[in-house]
Design a protein around this ligand. Structure first.
Ligand code: ZN
Length: 427
């Protein structure tokens, strides 16, 4: 029973498949019970609904809620550990902090910081790497439920090549995951995600126990890392001599499907891309993390030409912040730096990767990802402060595509003025 009035930008059809930015200046979105029930010029929507409350979002732009397909809850406080390659960064920055999650009080505080960070950045849906400790994962789910965010997450598991206190066993991993899923899966806006850390830290037995959880928990997601760094890939090859490649270590136990999201995939073979496409799995592209760790330049063109679904992730804390707008910009830079091998990204591509593509990767495409009639009202209002640089250039934008490019170039969490999930204002 509310009409939201503003300039609405979204990408219901993929620009990689010929879609374009859908832009409506002075639009009206009528929302009932959290769902968009009518959309059109504000004056027309208002005329049909004279008694509805009007929320004025004119100035700035209204975008679909942002979708982060790869972000680590325990790593908020290690953002900024720059200058190390992946395996060195894990040992010195990430894993010591992951071990601190054994303290549930500490984990609860970090969970609050994490959820707040997502919200401030305008992220309304996220696939989250949990912690190695079940009580810490409970803290994350509790806080996400309180806030009202759409979060899929799970216990991170590994049984080798990690600090001893982070190790589990296949049996324990299975039991802990089922207990967590029983408490949280499909409760409110939450879902369970089966989460081996990466093949480098898991034996085949743990990957098989993960596959058993995936079979046992209807509608669960699967997520992990793949092909991030060449030293990591060499190490995985040495640990799995009977496997064809890195993707095969997940495929063979039955972990790949349309609710599977693998982060990075900076260095895939053509056979791996074919496999991911055949299984309908998605790749979470994390350009600021790839840049910070020097992992490499993401071959987006090869993913698209092989038919692999790609969305964006911030990969906090290797990534440098929670803003998917900045990840879109960094993805754009990365494709530019690839020269003739790159896939030039327009503002519409960036918005699609940060919204609709993420919703589809997380199997939520029928609910969120754009602001069409029938979708949940998951939205953000980007409204810069009067007189700041974004405001100055936004009011002079040539057209909607230009305005959106300016948002990606300049907007950050401070410009996200309001956030809704399912029609509930969360911020
Ligand atoms: Zn990661």
């Amino acid at each position: 029973m509310t009409i939201y009035r503003g300039t609405v930008l979204d990408t219901p059809v993929s620009p990689f498949d010929g879609g374009a930015l859908r832009a409506e200046a002075d639009a009206g979105l009528a929302v009932v019970d959290g769902v968009v029930v009518e959309r059109g010029p504000f004056a027309a929507v208002r005329a049909r609904r004279p008694d509805d409350e009007v929320v004025d979002l004119t100035g700035g732009v209204v975008l679909p809620g942002l979708v982060d397909t790869h972000v680590h809850f325990p790593q908020v406080r290690v953002i900024g550990g720059l200058g190390r390659p992946l395996l060195d960064w894990l040992d010195h920055c990430a894993l010591p902090e992951e071990a601190r999650m054994a303290d549930t009080g500490y984990a609860r505080t970090v969970a609050a910081e994490f959820v707040d960070g997502l919200l401030r950045a305008g992220t309304t849906t996220a696939l989250v790497f949990g912690a190695h400790y079940a009580p810490a994962v409970d803290c994350l789910f509790e806080r996400a439920a309180q806030a009202g965010l759409r979060v899929s997450a799970g216990l991170v598991v590994g049984d080798r090549k990690l600090r001893p206190e982070l190790l589990t066993t296949p049996e324990q991993a299975h039991a802990d995951a089922l207990a967590l899923a029983g408490r949280w899966h499909r409760k409110d806006r939450l879902r369970y995600a089966v989460t081996p850390r990466f093949s480098l830290a898991t034996t085949e037995a743990v990957l098989e126990s993960c596959a058993a959880v995936l079979r046992d928990v209807d509608g669960a997601l699967f997520t992990s890392h793949v092909n991030e760094n060449t030293a990591e890939i060499d190490a995985v090859r040495a640990l799995f001599p009977g496997h064809v490649d890195y993707v095969d270590t997940y495929h063979r136990p039955g972990l790949l499907g349309r609710r599977s999201v693998l982060a990075h995939n900076v260095h895939p073979t053509d056979a791996e891309l074919d496999r991911l496409a055949a299984e309908g799995a998605s790749v979470a592209h994390c350009p600021s993390s790839n840049s910070a760790l020097g992992s490499g330049l993401f071959p987006l063109h090869r993913h698209v030409s092989h038919g692999v679904r790609v969305a964006l992730g911030t990969d906090v804390g290797a990534g440098t912040g929670f803003s998917l707008l900045r990840e879109g910009l960094q993805a754009n830079f990365m494709q530019a730096l690839l020269g003739s091998a790159g896939l030039p990204l327009t503002a519409a591509h960036m918005l699609y990767l940060a919204t609709r593509a993420g919703a589809e990767a997380l199997d939520l495409g029928d609910q969120v990802g754009d602001l069409s009639v029938g979708r949940q009202f998951d939205a953000i209002w980007v409204r810069p402060e009067d007189g700041c640089t974004l405001d100055v250039v936004l009011v002079r934008a040539a057209d909607a595509d230009d305005a959106l490019a300016k948002v990606f170039a300049l907007a950050g969490p401070a410009d996200v003025r309001a956030v809704w999930v399912g029609g509930d204002r969360l911020r």
